[in-house]
Design a protein around this ligand. Structure first.
Ligand code: UDX
Length: 440
């Protein structure tokens, strides 16, 4: 078993640190944020993620993980140091690598023995070369250091599951010594191990995320076409999904992708290509389609209700997807801002993220304690997140509580015929009410 230091306790750093501990390694996780470190040391997770706090407490009790702000000592005697710090988006869409490079420098200064430096943060192609140069430049002691690209594929809401049961482990290195050590670290994971060059590994991550983003934007465009032509996107994707080359997942039409990865990683790869004089037209299209798609509900609403001033609008679901408290690139936020600017009275509900949204928008009064409170007296209801609690709403709840039951569903949560039968004026994404079925 190895002694592993992990830099950064965000999603990637924290969940992979716990994964290493779970598989028997001795882990020290480092972060500059002393409040997060104190909380984690006491068994409190800074993020909401199913199974995370239980795993944290279990590994703390087993003595396999500890948390510290003292990077210097954590890095000094580690067999492997994992870089899992954030790479936020710069103004121009490129990835901001300041934190990665800062940690690389600190690692170099403190290494006292041969070790692996494993880059898990999502970084543009070529960054591992820079990390290697920075670490080697900063070295104060004689040590052999291998820098390995090892991207992480966890999704929010299932981060713990994804880490323990991932589809593959990508190891980017040209060194046989480093490969052998990496295989030891991951020996018990039971996941396919793919060894490729460092640059390829860096690109695997972006290409995978951007492909998935593209898949979503493609389906959303076909859904918009369904709305025009009178076809149903769920029927279309059901038919498509039987072709194994297409696959039946990630074909859910909606109001676009949000979160901390797809919006950032599409822009970062597009920016990187452009920086090399090459335009990635498919990714560019995915970005543009997604930007527009997030306002689909407002466009649909305007047809029913050209002026929203003074109207009560219920908003159900605020996070970028269910199972997380994350609001990064959540379509709900810009939509609420547009409606508020136009004078609408917002009545919002989310099972988890209400305090965070209230703080972000500086308005607590619009947050309601339950679905019913959000719906009461509303002239329209916009659904942004498919939380189970929202999917389970019975159609007559809308007719009972709303002043006029206009429901615009951005995540296709309901059966359109049941909604119509209950008297709801229901619009979703790519699922117009087909007249032929209505008459049967
Ligand atoms: C994603 C990748 O899934 C993960 O492998 C990578 O490491 C990080 O980025 P995440 O952003 O947590 O993970 O969530 P994901 O479940 O992939 O959803 C991203 C967005 O796409 C959400 O806004 C979701 O609502 C949307 N989505 C997803 C769709 O609109 N349709 C789909 O079919 C799937």
């Amino acid at each position: 078993m190895m002694k592993i230091a992990v830099a950064g306790v965000g999603y990637v750093g924290l969940v992979s640190a716990l994964g290493f501990a779970y598989h028997g390694h001795t882990v020290t996780a480092v972060d500059l944020d002393k409040y997060k470190i104190a909380g984690l040391s006491a068994g409190v997770s800074p993020i909401f993620e199913p199974g995370l706090e239980e795993l944290l407490q279990e590994q703390l009790a087993a003595g396999r993980i500890q948390f510290t702000t003292d990077g210097a000592s954590a890095y000094s005697d580690a067999d492997a140091i994992v870089i899992g710090v954030g790479t936020p988006e710069n103004e121009d869409g490129s990835a901001n690598l300041n934190a990665v490079y800062q940690v690389a420098n600190e690692i170099g200064q403190n290494i006292q023995k041969d070790c692996l430096v494993i880059v898990k943060s999502t970084v543009p192609v070529g960054t591992n070369d820079s990390v290697e140069a920075i670490v080697k430049e900063a070295l104060k002691n004689r040590a052999e250091v291998h820098v390995i690209s090892n991207p992480e594929f966890l999704a929010q809401g299932s981060a713990v599951y994804d880490t323990l049961h991932g589809s593959r482990i990508i190891i980017g290195t040209d060194s046989e010594i480093a490969e052998a050590k990496m295989r030891t670290i991951y020996a018990d994971y039971g996941q396919p191990i793919v060894v490729v060059s460092r640059k390829s590994a860096e690109l695997v991550k972006y290409a995978s995320n951007d492909f998935l983003a593209l898949k979503i934007s493609f389906v959303n465009e076909i859904a918009n076409l369904c709305d025009i032509l009178g076809a149903d996107i769920e029927e279309v994707t059901e038919g498509m999904g039987y072709d194994a080359r297409i696959g039946n997942s990630f074909l859910r039409a909606g109001i676009g992708y949000g979160g901390s990865c797809f919006p950032k990683d599409t822009k970062a790869l597009h920016w990187l290509a452009e920086d090399h004089g090459f335009v990635l037209r498919t990714v560019e299209a995915a970005i543009k389609i997604n930007e527009k798609q997030k306002y689909t509900l407002i466009h649909k609403l305007r047809k029913e209700m050209p002026h929203v001033a003074g109207k009560k609008i219920a908003v159900l679901g605020l996070t970028f997807k269910p199972g997380t408290d994350d609001l990064r690139e959540a379509p709900s936020i810009p939509n609420i801002k547009v409606l508020q600017r136009e004078g609408a009275i917002i009545q919002a509900y989310d099972p988890i993220a209400m305090d965070a949204v209230a703080a972000q928008l500086g308005d607590e009064s619009m947050m309601k304690g339950s679905i019913e409170e959000a719906l009461v007296g509303a002239d329209a209801c916009l659904i942004f997140t498919e939380w189970d609690e929202i999917r389970k709403i019975s159609p007559d709840t809308f007719t009972r509580w709303m002043a006029s039951p206009n429901v615009l569903d951005g995540r296709n949560c309901f059966n359109k015929y049941e909604m119509e039968a209950a008297g709801v004026v229901y619009q979703s994404i790519g699922r117009p009410l087909a007249r032929v079925r209505q008459l049967q």
